[in-house]
Design a binder for this molecule. Sequence first.
Ligand SMILES: Nc1ncnc2c1ncn2[C@@H]1O[C@H](COP(=O)(O)OP(=O)(O)OP(=O)(O)O)[C@@H](O)[C@H]1O
Length: 278
Amino acid sequence: MLVATDLVKRYGTVRALEGFTLSVAAGEIVGLVGHNGAGKSTFVEIVSNLVRPDSGTVSIDGRPPAAARGRIGVSPQHISLYPSCTVREHLELYGKLAGLRGPTLREAVDELAVVLRLTEIMDRRTGKLSGGQQRRTQAASALVHRPPLLLLDEPTAGADLETREAILDVVKQRAGEGAAVVYTTHYLPELTELRATIAVARDGRIIAHGSYEELVNDLPGEVRVRLDSEEEISVSTHEPTVTLMDLLRQIDRPISSVDVRHPSLDDLYRSLAVHDAP
Ligand SMILES: Nc1ncnc2c1ncn2[C@@H]1O[C@H](COP(=O)(O)OP(=O)(O)OP(=O)(O)O)[C@@H](O)[C@H]1O
């Protein structure tokens, strides 16, 4: 659905993208993760046709971004709503821009209002809403025309539990219906909930792309044994259960607790931070 190949984008001496290649299939959610400045938002801006790459290509169902605008729904990283317009006006505006009219537009707006829990605030100006309500409105604006490609750049940043759940639910639903989704986040557990494949960006390129199991199983977990004496033994291991059994056999003093932690996405993220340290 989306194929981006060898994108390069420089701002003066800053290399925002340096050979960024990523494909997203219909129905796939790709969780795009990486440290601050890795190039995630620049990639989203290029695919949304807001920024032109210095070189490389983007194809959306065979078309360049400029010819595929109606097929893309974008929720930018920063809240970008018109403060004096209501939630309803936003949804209608974005729906109309994508060609929806009459009952089709009304149905699309009403359905999203329910799914994203906006019904109570549809006629309030967005400048007067809470951060979470603004996030839901922004996500709804990206979704209203049912685009086959969704670009959601940290859509849950600063969101409360209700907002997070509502956004994750609708993203799963749309992917289930065949939309391709690029979902950037710094909140990694969201990606397991979305059953997303994970693409790891670093220094303007994708350095790993695969399923949670493929990427995380290479990382060590940790076994911690706390003794009655308050002493703690901590071992980093690829086989936490086996290591725990070994430790229990070896330790001949009273044990107060044990903790086995299998590798997680947070470990993946931390391993990137280690690599990026100067
Ligand atoms: N318009 C711009 N002008 C100059 N430099 C830019 C511009 N946009 C991005 N950059 C630089 O390009 C690099 C990549 O930025 P980008 O916003 O794509 O990273 P990111 O992975 O989205 O980071 P974050 O997680 O902080 O949002 C950074 O060094 C950033 O400062």
